[in-house]
Write a protein that binds this ligand. Structure first.
Ligand code: BEZ
Ligand code: FE
Length: 314
């Protein structure tokens, strides 16, 4: 073997990994190593900075629990999740409603509710509103029986999972009617801070960023034969709409609260209308397009102990 220097080390690593049998893994890892080494060379990474990075990544992993996914939060705040969402949108066979962040607070186990139900247990006076819209294909044909999963924060800007991992609030699963329409009662969404009490929050503060998300409501929509849509609506007049700490809003996702929308199925309340267009399923949809996960699904209980890997280790 020749001498290893900062100039030759990258090729030495790539040579060793060249036998990776899985071609996609070979491609992804080779590119990751090239860019990682180029980054270290560009900034002339010092040993002290290297260990700081290791400590940071260790802290990010350690704080994860079945209710908290700091790794996803890191991906979100670095814009990686939004980038992967955009790349995924580019692989759709048709241009539907744009994807937006699933975020770290999605839960697979959410109650199925009938049309018009309230998803909020606690409603502050003046905060109630109707949320409705039509799910269609890209040509406007309504999709009946589509599943519309919705989740948002309460008036304190926290998700149920942040306050009490066992309780369910401000979330539910609805089914569209024959006209593709879903409708529910909820509370007006508010802007809120991402969790700032962990290593990602420390990073965001050290960068002089505000850590805020604009007011939004999350959606995960599925219909047989169509690409699953993970998206969110955003309130257009929110002060953080242009500099969301996790880069969620894009043009077609901004909406307004109406005070007297004649087409709203429930009268007498302010309302938000959010229509969504789904692309037909294509070759790229054989695997999940979700950029994110229910945190509990990532930390699965281990077969031997019945504990999640995090709690088993701690
Ligand atoms: C959210 O909207 O739930 C969220 C997304 C990314 C990071 C933190 C929160
Ligand atoms: Fe959110």
């Amino acid at each position: 073997m020749g001498e290893l220097t900062p100039e030759t080390i990258t090729d030495a690593v790539l040579d060793q990994m060249a036998m990776t049998p899985d071609p996609r893994m070979r491609e992804v890892m080779a590119s990751a190593v090239k860019h990682l080494h180029a980054f270290a060379r560009e900034v002339n990474l010092t040993p002290a900075e290297w260990i700081k990075g290791i400590e940071f990544m260790t802290a990010v992993g350690k704080i994860c629990t079945p209710a908290r996914q700091e790794c996803i939060l890191l991906s979100d705040t670095l814009g990686l999740s939004a980038l992967v969402n955009g790349l995924h949108d580019n692989t759709a066979v048709e241009e539907g409603t744009h994807t937006s962040l699933l975020g770290p607070f999605y839960r697979e186990a959410s109650p199925s509710l009938s049309a018009g139900s309230h998803i909020a247990r606690t409603v502050k006076p003046g905060s109630e509103c109707v949320l409705y819209g039509r799910v269609s294909d890209v040509n406007g044909k309504p999709l009946a029986n589509a599943t519309v999963s919705i989740w948002q924060t309460g008036a304190d800007g926290l998700y149920d999972i942040q306050e009490n991992a066992a309780s369910t609030d401000y979330r539910g699963v609805f089914t569209t009617d024959a006209d593709g329409v879903y409708v529910l009662r909820t509370v007006k969404p508010i802007g809120y801070s991402i969790p700032m009490d962990g290593p990602v929050g420390a990073m965001v503060r050290a960068q002089g960023r505000h850590g805020m998300r604009p007011a939004h409501i999350h959606f995960l929509v599925g219909a047989p034969g169509y690409r699953e849509l993970v998206t969110a609506l955003y309130l257009r007049d929110d002060p953080y709409i242009a500099d969301d700490v996790v880069f969620g809003p894009s043009g077609d996702l901004a909406v307004e609260i109406e005070t007297n929308d004649p087409s709203c199925p429930i009268k007498g309340l302010p309302s938000i209308r959010f229509d969504m267009r789904l692309s037909r399923e294509g070759a790229a949809d054989k695997t999940s397009g979700r950029v994110g996960s229910d945190p509990a699904a990532i930390l699965k209980p281990t077969a031997r102990t019945g504990q999640s890997p995090a709690s088993a280790a701690g």
